[in-house]
Design a protein around this ligand. Structure first.
Ligand code: GDP
Ligand code: FE
Ligand code: FE
Length: 200
């Protein structure tokens, strides 16, 4: 497991050690997704250095961004109802829930309450009209981590070397094009984000 060699979280932003946090993330998902999370963490760290964001937050946010992706659908539905979240969420699926609702599980199971990290996780799938540098870093890192080899990822990786905002715009544009080509419904937040970052 090359990705895991020397991988250590410097500041876990919770009471867990680096080993405990990584192990808990690992337990919630299959091996493939776990390694994607490690690569996203490393990519987010690199972007944070380049764009002068907090490298420790980027490292943790990248690691945990998909923490909730394999949590059972029924568990998400319960949280949406019991926590009085927007009822329209019930019309969507885990592709949308794992970020915006997934932070509930991150707070309760990992004990991470840092709002900047939680916001970046919430926005990592759809983007948002207002994004901090950390939000943009996690959004882009997820899309350009080294194992992403489709043409959209290659273009976005290139753009991210010189402009984080251009990378966000390109990612949103390509994601919407992809969703349209598959005749999939587009979550309103994705469209609102595209209108801000993908147009000029
Ligand atoms: P991943 O969790 O690492 O696979 O990456 P993401 O969190 O970015 O995306 C998760 C899934 O959500 C992908 O399959 C996207 O195509 C899908 N997705 C992103 N935005 C939308 C949207 O607006 N509508 C729908 N239906 N799916 C979306
Ligand atoms: Fe995701
Ligand atoms: Fe991801």
């Amino acid at each position: 497991m090359n990705e895991l060699a020397d991988f250590k979280i410097r500041n876990t932003f919770c009471d867990l050690s680096s080993e405990e946090l990584v192990e808990k993330v690992h337990q919630r998902m299959d091996e493939k997704r776990f390694l994607h999370c490690i690569r996203t963490s490393k990519t987010a760290e690199g972007l944070a250095e380049l764009y002068h964001a907090n490298v420790d937050r980027a490292q943790v946010a990248g690691l945990i961004h998909d923490y909730a992706k394999e949590i059972p659908i029924e568990d998400f539905k319960k949280i949406i109802v019991y926590e009085n979240l927007d009822p329209d969420l019930l019309n969507w699926n885990r592709a949308i829930w794992h970020g915006v609702v997934g932070t509930y599980f991150i707070e309760h199971e990992l004990g991470i309450t840092d709002q900047a990290i939680l916001d970046a996780v919430k926005k990592h799938t759809t983007g948002a009209p207002e994004m901090t540098t950390l939000d943009k870093i996690v959004f882009v890192a997820d899309y350009i981590e080294p194992a992403r080899d489709f043409s959209g990822a290659i273009k976005t990786r290139e753009a991210a070397k010189t402009s984080l905002d251009s990378a966000v715009g390109l990612e949103l544009t390509q994601s919407i094009e992809h969703l349209v080509s598959e005749k999939l419904p587009i979550y309103p937040e994705t469209i609102i984000s595209y209108n801000v970052w993908g147009t000029n």
